[in-house]
Design a protein around this ligand. Sequence first.
Ligand code: AP5
Length: 257
Amino acid sequence: MLKQSNRAAWLKGGDACCNLQPQMLAHPYRLVLLGAPGVGKGTQAELLSKKLGACQLSTGDIFRAAKSSSDCDRTPAMTRALDCMKRGELVSDDMVLALVEERARCFRCGGGFLLDGFPRTVKQAEALEKLLTALATPLDAVLSYDLPLEQIVARLSGRRTCMNCKSVYHIETRPPHIAGACDHCGGDLVQREDDRPESVHVRMAAYAESTAPLTDFYRQRNLLVPITADGMPEEIFKRTLKALKIKRAASSAPVPA
Ligand code: AP5
């Protein structure tokens, strides 16, 4: 297992630095994780992060971290973004892009990165492509997870998230060792507001309209790696590593052990 950073630079933005420095890898992985809300992107990103040493960068986590900050520390744009999220709607592209650009140094990290929840629209994907080209840190692959709707809804209704370190659990399929407490840091586990059935419906509709077209965008760039998200997290993780090995074998960089 590789050493992870604590994502402070990503979650706080601005001048914040991570307390734990990631390893400098000769061939770091730079990946995007695509898929409907609740398909398991965050769960796979956490497993991949431990294996590959790349940091999990989730735009949803930025919004949720902002939510637990005090009102006076919040910008008006962040407040508007939080209101959208509570209703299950997509936050505007310009607002998200401004937040991501503030954190562009994370894209130059020597450990690589795993983008989870960004990009979410074609406009965001085009802006990311431009930014990564300017930084000379191109993507290796885009992992696209797929699962039938009824299984996704079951995953979302049982999800619990650590208030402190953002680790993700499921009350039936991935329970913590002690009910209500995070295995990693002991933090309280809570249900996300946007996992209520009425918000889930709006999130699915927004995904179908705005995010699903990204599969074509990345297929055209020969970056898309489709992965079936059925089965236990560890099975999907093995499937992901196998697909990544095949993808990397097609390039000149070495494959993971
Ligand atoms: P975000 O946090 O990115 O949410 P999301 O994309 O909707 O994805 P989720 O976190 O809900 O699901 P996931 O796929 O990560 O699943 P997880 O691994 O947790 O964004 C939240 C909101 O912020 C958005 O709705 C939007 O409003 C806003 N936002 C964020 N980014 C934005 C952007 N770029 N532009 C505009 N707006 C943006 O798994 C779900 C559950 O299933 C867990 O309980 C887990 O334990 C369980 N599970 C996982 N895998 C399995 C498995 N194999 N078997 C059984 N259970 C499993």
